[in-house]
Design a protein around this ligand. Structure first.
Ligand SMILES: Nc1ncnc2c1ncn2[C@@H]1O[C@H](COP(=O)(O)OP(=O)(O)OP(=O)(O)O)[C@@H](O)[C@H]1O
Length: 647
């Protein structure tokens, strides 16, 4: 193994000074925006029937009976609407017809009865339709969100390192939220189409010229509405990155974990200024879209207004020239009103549904490919590992041009502690994640008992893994659940207590008001909060509790006091008895516990050996780091002397 290489270190001052600072820009999917821009308005209008089918399918997955009832009610309501309208025209014809008033009223009585019955039944059906929609909508949205969550946990971890993934995920989430409207909008559209069909039939019977004219009159407004919806959607898409940055800035300002630094570092105004700046950037696009939408809507409304005037003129012409009788003319006025309102409904609800459909596209695109990072590994089920080997493993993060790992080879076996050492950014955490099957290498292989992790079922593999990462999760759960993570033993807390004792978490739990049953989240139902070190003890306990063949500890004691740290390392040999342990740490005194130490630099292994071997290797990287960690040249002489006396 070669010793430390003579790498020249890049210094910030070596970099070109004429480069502008990078601005906060979210990496969205520009390609998708271009695809949407290329869609024509007529193609968008043709999508509406597909969207209705999609809404029905979504509802069908959630509750078939409710959807069937909804469709039945819609059909019946449309039929009753047509019958009512037909009866209305009959009533008008009878009332305005020749003969005595009493006779005309008697003649109109059956039609009036039909109108009243149809109106009453439609009112009842309307209530049933609304109830079904209200009942189905949140369930559809929840199911859509759950589908995103399922897809999210089934993606490769590396997806999160790719610029644009977060944007796709957010778009999918928004699509799932928008799904709450889809059934209502589809239902409104179908109702309007039903009313249109009924009223159009009646109008055609009265005079065949009126319907085509009315449809022509409504078309400009229809196109304008769909176009405006498209403009709004594109603007939303174009600003989604900035909106996401704002969301993140809000998070940074709100978060309890940052609240002290927002104050002590006087970050409030500074971050708020950035917030304002990005908000203004966002406003430019939004304002442009609002203007464009309004301009097109005005043009559409004007054209449709003109068209409607033509229809009325034609009506007047037909009646005044005797081509249509007066009673029929009266009936046509009513039918025209019904057709007009149905057309306006189709246009308005169609535009709404179209916009929701575009959000749903984001949702389904994410589900189809999970950002191109869906877990597609082999189906083989691994046993508890006894030997894990990295063979010439290279790995580069998607967003980085530099390789994080370069032809790394090493191994670790059950009963062994392997320590990874190196300067910041040398690749320790990346190796730990590759060993744990969280990253698949670009080149080379990670072998679990000779089997490539690419061939192994990832979820089955992770059953054999316990990790204490640098940023461990502080789950808003009870102390017990924070240790068992859903794997509670049915016969009591014995194993939990053992794991807590081994990690020092027992002392933390002893002080909690309900022991293991205490909720660890002040924000949730007023639970208790722990200190950083106390949380770290819980995180270690959860790894010890998991009876896994591989234990990865990434800076596991960074927040621990000396006594707690000593306890962990004193117990580690015992913990490693039936596990392979990978330890990442900068505290070199602690790595003496390891059987083998691998020293990394710039993603390459530059030294391997036992603690004694590496310390003895003068001029080697490990020895250099060791000497630096024990260098006390910055300590004032009298304090150094005093420390020496104590030693
Ligand atoms: N999510 C990421 N996306 C892009 N590059 C990353 C990512 N995480 C790490 N890197 C890069 O990969 C290299 C190795 O990082 P890694 O976290 O493995 O280093 P490390 O040795 O664990 O560092 P530290 O001692 O600071 O924890 C670094 O150059 C880092 O910039």
């Amino acid at each position: 193994m070669s010793t430390a290489t003579d790498q020249s270190t890049e210094h910030p001052s070596d970099q070109p000074t004429d480069l502008a600072d990078e601005e906060l820009q979210w990496h969205g999917d520009q390609r998708r925006i271009e695809v949407i821009e290329a869609i024509s308005v007529s193609a968008m209008a043709r999508r509406l029937p597909q969207l209705v089918v999609r809404a029905v399918k979504l509802g069908w997955q959630v509750d078939r009976l409710a959807v069937a009832a909804l469709l039945g009610c819609l059909l019946l309501s449309a039929a009753l609407g047509a019958a009512g309208l037909y009866a209305t025209t009959g009533t008008i014809a009878a009332v305005f017809g020749p003969g005595r008033v009493a006779d005309r009223l008697a003649h109109a009585a059956p039609s009036i009865a039909v109108i009243a019955t149809a109106a009453a039944l439609r009112a009842v059906l309307g209530i049933a339709i609304r109830a079904s929609t209200v009942y189905l909508s949140p369930r559809i949205s929840r199911e859509a969100s759950a589908a995103v969550l399922r897809a999210t946990v089934a993606t490769e971890l590396t997806a999160y390192d790719r610029a644009g993934y977060a944007d796709e995920l957010e778009a999918a989430d928004r699509g799932a939220e928008a799904a709450v409207d889809v059934i209502g909008e589809a239902q409104n559209l179908v109702s309007s189409v039903g009313s249109l069909v009924g009223a159009a039939g009646v109008l055609t019977v009265l005079h065949p010229l009126l319907l085509p004219l009315l449809v022509l009159a409504a078309l400009p407004q229809g196109f304008a509405s769909v176009y405006a919806a498209r403009v709004q959607f594109l603007a939303n898409k174009a600003t989604s990155g900035d909106r996401r940055i704002l969301l993140n800035l809000r998070w940074y300002i709100h978060q309890k974990s940052h609240a002290d630094q927002v104050r002590s570092d006087t970050m409030g105004t500074f971050l708020l200024d950035k917030y304002e700046l990005i908000g203004r950037r966002l406003d430019v696009t939004t304002r442009r879209a609002a203007r464009e939408g309004a301009r097109v809507s005005v043009l559409g409304a004007a054209a449709s207004g003109l068209g409607t005037a033509v229809v009325w003129l034609v009506m007047l012409y037909l009646v005044s020239t005797g081509r249509m009788s007066l009673p029929r003319g009266g009936a046509a006025v009513v039918a025209l009103g019904a057709v007009g309102s149905a057309l306006r409904g189709i246009v308005g609800y169609g535009a709404d549904l179209f916009r929701t459909g575009m959000y749903l596209d984001d949702w389904s695109a994410f589900l189809d490919k999970a950002g191109g990072h869906a877990l597609h590994r082999g189906p083989a089920l691994p046993e508890r590992p006894t030997r894990i080997e990295l063979k010439d493993v290279s790995y580069g993060y998607p967003s980085s041009e530099r390789a994080a790992l370069d032809a790394v080879s090493l191994h670790v076996e059950t009963g062994e502690i392997l320590a990874l050492v190196g300067e910041n950014g040398s690749g320790k955490t990346t190796i730990a994640k590759a060993i744990a099957g969280l990253y698949l290498p670009d080149d080379g292989a990670v072998l679990w008992d000779g089997r490539d992790t690419r061939e192994l079922d990832p979820h089955a593999l992770w059953q054999h893994v316990a990790v204490v990462p640098q940023n461990y999760a502080r789950w808003p759960l009870t102390a017990r659940e924070n240790i068992t993570l859903g794997r509670a033993a049915p016969d009591g807390d014995e194993a939990v207590v053992r794991a807590a004792a081994a990690s020092g978490a027992d002392e933390v739990v002893a002080k909690l008001r309900r022991g293991l049953g205490t909720l660890l989240a002040v924000e949730w139902m007023g639970g208790e909060e722990l200190s950083g070190g106390q949380w770290q003890r819980i995180a270690i306990a959860r790894a010890f509790y998991r009876d896994s063949g591989l234990l990865v500890l990434d800076e596991p004691t960074a927040a621990l006091d000396p006594r707690a740290e000593h306890k962990i390392f004193a117990n580690l040999r015992e913990v490693a008895r039936d596990r392979a342990v990978v330890l990442v740490t900068h505290r070199l005194t602690n790595v003496a516990v390891a059987d083998r130490i691998v020293v990394l630099e710039d993603g390459r292994v530059i030294q391997q050996g036992s603690f004694d071997e590496l310390v003895a290797q003068r001029g080697g990287k490990f020895r250099e780091l060791w000497d630096l960690q024990h260098d006390r040249s910055g300590v004032p002489a009298q304090r150094e002397t005093r420390a020496g006396q104590l030693n």
